[in-house]
Design a protein around this ligand. Structure first.
Ligand code: FAD
Length: 431
């Protein structure tokens, strides 16, 4: 039986950040990954936001990380079948390092980040799926692998095994039934396109990138669409609430293909070559679905701890995962210095998360998942916005209605005044 100072389950952003932090401090760390390499099983939209804690551990992070483009243009679109209305934020004032977000590819990025942990001294064991936690006197003291039933022991186990976290469940930190209303199912198409075509089509130069969040056109299913520019490809995907999707006959694949055929999207994809589809779950219940974050001998990080913020305008997960990984790593270092791996000592992990943006932001946006359960957002509001723009710009020889009266009529017809007031109040409280 092999004994380590700490075992990290999952070599995603949370796990590799934890392993890197501990290995740099000289701990003997095992980083376990079920994929044949870190990142093999992982996908996201996606935009990598600033990783403040990781920047302290790897000060030259942004110079050496494998990045695609930095985002300078952000667009929010309301879309119906056949029309769309967009608000565009071209932030040239912030078009210099440190940039606010970069597109990346998870297989490349996750492999690279895990490699940083290995270079610092961590032992990476790929193709190693954990299927049980080991207990002694009520405390977690290691894990068992599916392969050969091999057992690894350590006084600290860090669960970084993603949204379904088998480890947190087995350790008794995640109870209750799987709630499909708290999960987003995501599907993404990767479309190959030459760099100059992307630059011309989206108005970009050098390594500049654009992101577009789209509301509407999801067949009435609660969810949204994203379109991001990579260096020489586009990522087009949907994040759909699983509970809402289950009530329809749609499959995510059909909804995405329908969208790709809409003229507004089709012209952006024209000439591109579909390279692959991928899919994954995302924990969108936020604070409401959080498990216990620690116990004797164990801490839970990243998506395994539901540390993800979905507001409809932004999806933040990797920055929270990396921050929680670094904090868990630092807590493990202190626990080793004090030779105390009890719940009492590991409670510092939660305290530090509470002092950081991670739990502050999750608490701040705790009502957002409820707000996003409002079906009107996904159909009636895009129809309202596009309907109003159609009337405002239509010049057809007929006398015009006063704009304020036209807006009031559209609101009454499409949403209802009472509903609109309730939605504005709900949105105000949640965001
Ligand atoms: C479509 C989509 C779009 C997204 N867009 C964004 C975005 O734009 N920006 C953003 O910041 N976030 C985004 N996210 C969220 C982000 O991807 C996650 O929050 C982040 O990946 C969480 O990191 P993690 O390390 O906690 O978990 P993961 O990245 O899920 O990593 C978990 C790792 O554990 C491994 N594993 C699982 N079970 C076991 C086991 N039993 N044994 C061994 N290994 C195991 C997995 O193979 C994986 O490598 C998006 C997510 C999706 C699905």
């Amino acid at each position: 039986m092999t004994v380590f100072d700490a075992i990290v389950v999952g070599a995603g952003p949370a796990g590799s950040s934890a392993a890197l932090t501990m290995a740099k401090a000289g701990l003997k760390v095992a980083l376990l990954e079920r994929g044949s390499f870190p990142g093999e099983k992982n996908m996201f939209g996606g935009v990598l936001h600033r990783l403040t804690a990781l920047e302290d551990v790897l000060p030259n992070f942004w110079d050496i990380a494998p990045l695609e483009r930095h985002i300078v243009k952000k667009t929010l679109t309301f879309m119906t079948e056949g029309s769309s209305f967009s608000v565009n934020f071209d932030n040239q004032a912030a078009n210099q390092p440190p940039y606010n977000g970069y597109t990346i590819f998870r297989p490349t990025f996750d492999r690279w980040l895990a490699d940083q942990a290995v270079q610092a001294g961590a032992t990476l064991l790929s193709s190693s799926t954990v299927d049980e936690v080991l207990r002694e006197g009520g405390r977690i003291v290691g894990v068992r692998l599916l392969r050969d039933n091999a057992e690894l022991r350590a006084p600290i186990v860090i669960a970084a095994d993603g949204v379904l976290s088998f480890v947190a469940r087995k350790a008794g930190l995640r109870q209750g039934r799987f709630n499909p209303d708290h999960q987003g199912v995501c599907i993404k198409a990767l479309i190959d396109m030459p760099k100059d075509v992307i630059d011309d089509r989206f108005g970009l130069t050098r390594r500049e990138g654009a992101s577009n969040e789209i509301v509407g056109n999801t067949g009435g299913v609660r969810g949204g669409t994203f379109l991001y520019t990579n260096y020489n490809s586009l990522s087009l995907g949907m994040v759909l609430e699983l509970g809402s999707l289950m009530k329809t006959d749609w499959t995510p694949y059909h909804l995405l293909n329908n969208l790709m055929e809409q003229p507004q999207i089709a012209k952006l994809l024209r000439g591109g070559r579909l390279l692959e589809y991928s899919a994954h779950l995302v924990p969108k219940g936020g604070y409401q679905m959080q498990p216990e974050l620690f116990s004797d001998g164990i801490m839970v990080t990243g998506d395994a701890a539901a540390l993800c913020i979905v507001t409809g305008l932004n999806l933040e997960g990797i920055n929270l995962a990396a921050q929680s990984g670094v904090i868990a790593g630092k807590t493990a270092i202190v626990a080793h210095q004090q030779r105390d791996f009890s719940k009492g000592c590991l409670s510092n992990y939660k305290k530090q998360l509470e002092d950081s943006f991670v739990l502050k932001d999750l608490k701040l946006y705790r009502r957002t998942p409820d707000m996003l359960h409002n079906d009107r957002i996904y159909q009636q509001y895009p129809e309202l916005v596009c309907g109003m723009m159609d009337e405002i710009y239509r010049i057809d020889g007929r006398p015009k209605a006063k704009m304020s009266q036209m807006i009031l009529r559209q609101v009454k017809e499409k949403i209802g005044l009472k509903n609109m007031l309730a939605d504005v109040y709900g949105g105000w409280r949640s965001l």
